[in-house]
Design a protein around this ligand. Structure first.
Ligand SMILES: C[S@@+](CC[C@H](N)C(=O)[O-])C[C@H]1O[C@@H](n2cnc3c(N)ncnc32)[C@H](O)[C@@H]1O
Length: 363
């Protein structure tokens, strides 16, 4: 059994980069891959999130292939799979910091939300980051972007922002009211260079994780990407979004702003970027992605899906998987989730009947 608790190795330090909703616990990802595949096998995750399965696969010598539609998740995945050398990342950060004065004027024109969330030095650095980091094409830039996104919001003193949840960015009006009510109307004065250098030094202190696999995560919509693929996989290991639980794009709106997105929380952007609240669309999404995935699996493949225990998500997922893997034997495993555990439990007042169920199919 793998135990990735603690932060004593490069592998564990990088494994948890990037707060993300409904992410796999790292021990679970390592143990599942270890049990259901062999070194050299190929693994597919069409809902890769922050790349937990892909990272675990690469560390265990599997060629792991992931697809993720949300750039925030993709950036974390890409950075932890192939982090750029530390000195290059620091050089780039220092360059952005040197530009912050230039962006200060622009920062004064930002909305009340931004003025209360970040002090002017931080806002200057963030505007320079937004403008200059070529995170889609450059490994140094994607690594630095992942490290900045990781610290963008959270507790005062350990993040760049005024107090905010680390995983989910609240809307502007909610935040403004909350800060005012809690005597936090002035953002904390933070030296962003110092804070980020401290975080970077910690992350690199044990080195960087290494692997010799072809593992990769593609930024895109899974049905489209899978359609153009002719790879073969022996393990399908994934966790689809749960019906009507979260909106990955709206909840990450502040990080998406840093990547060039809108400067406010937007509920529904398009059918693939929303909260999965339409039953028919949810069914069609899973049907299409699992149908394309099934076409790429070897005959003796294993399917391991972790999903929501609640009725609609579970029943839809089971019926679609039976349809596309008709000759696989199926078993399910539902573990009661204790308070505070589980991959979707980030807020204290969650309903009690939440938890995950694992669907395992073998041939
Ligand atoms: C439950 S999360 C997966 C979390 C992942 N197991 C991890 O450890 O980070 C589901 C992910 O599916 C992504 N997603 C939803 N629809 C998608 C689509 N059509 N194509 C690709 N990714 C999609 C969401 O953005 C979200 O990151």
């Amino acid at each position: 059994m793998f135990n990735l608790s603690g932060y004593q190795t490069a592998e564990t330090r990088w494994s948890r980069l990037g707060p993300y909703y409904a992410m796999f616990p790292m021990d679970f990802a390592f143990n599942t891959i270890n049990e259901f595949s062999n070194k050299g096998d190929s693994i597919l995750d069409p809902f890769a999130g922050r790349g937990s399965s892909i990272y675990a696969g690469a560390m265990l010598g599997r060629d792991a292939y992931g697809i993720e539609i949300n750039p925030v998740g993709w950036i974390y995945a890409e950075a932890k799979l192939n982090p750029a050398p530390k000195d290059e990342v620091i050089k780039r950060l220092e360059y952005l910091y040197s530009l912050k004065g230039y962006y200060k004027k622009q920062s004064k024109q930002m909305s009340a939300f931004f003025q209360m969330c970040f002090c002017s030095d931080v806002l200057g650095l963030l505007l320079a980051t937004r403008k200059h980091l070529d995170w889609r094409n450059n490994q140094t830039d994607v690594t630095l972007m992942a490290l900045i996104l990781d610290s963008l919001h959270g507790n005062i003193g350990t993040s760049l922002s005024n107090k905010m949840h680390k995983t989910k960015a609240m809307g502007e009006y909610y935040s403004l009211n909350w800060w005012q009510k809690n005597n936090l109307a002035k953002p904390p004065e933070i030296n962003p260079l110092e804070l980020l250098l401290k975080k970077i030094n910690w992350r690199y202190q044990k080195g960087i994780p290494s692997h010799k696999t072809q593992s990769t995560v593609v930024l895109g919509e899974s049905s489209q990407v899978l359609k153009q693929n002719n790879k073969k996989f022996s393990l399908l290991f994934t966790s689809p979004p749960y019906y009507s639980v979260t909106n990955y794009h709206a909840d990450q709106w502040l990080r998406l702003w840093l990547l060039g997105g809108k400067d406010k929380r937007v509920q529904q952007q398009s059918k693939n970027h929303g909260g999965f609240t339409d039953r028919e669309h949810y069914y069609n999404l899973l049907d299409s992605i699992f149908s394309h995935s099934a076409a790429l699996m070897t005959e003796k493949s294993v399917v391991y899906i972790r999903t929501d225990v609640r009725k609609f998500t579970k029943e839809v997922t089971l019926s679609i998987l039976k349809k596309h893997f008709p000759y696989h034997r199926l078993s399910t495993y539902t573990k009661p989730i204790s308070q505070g555990k589980g991959q979707t439990r980030i807020f204290k007042n969650k309903p009690k009947n939440t938890g995950e169920t694992d669907i395992i199919m073998t041939n």
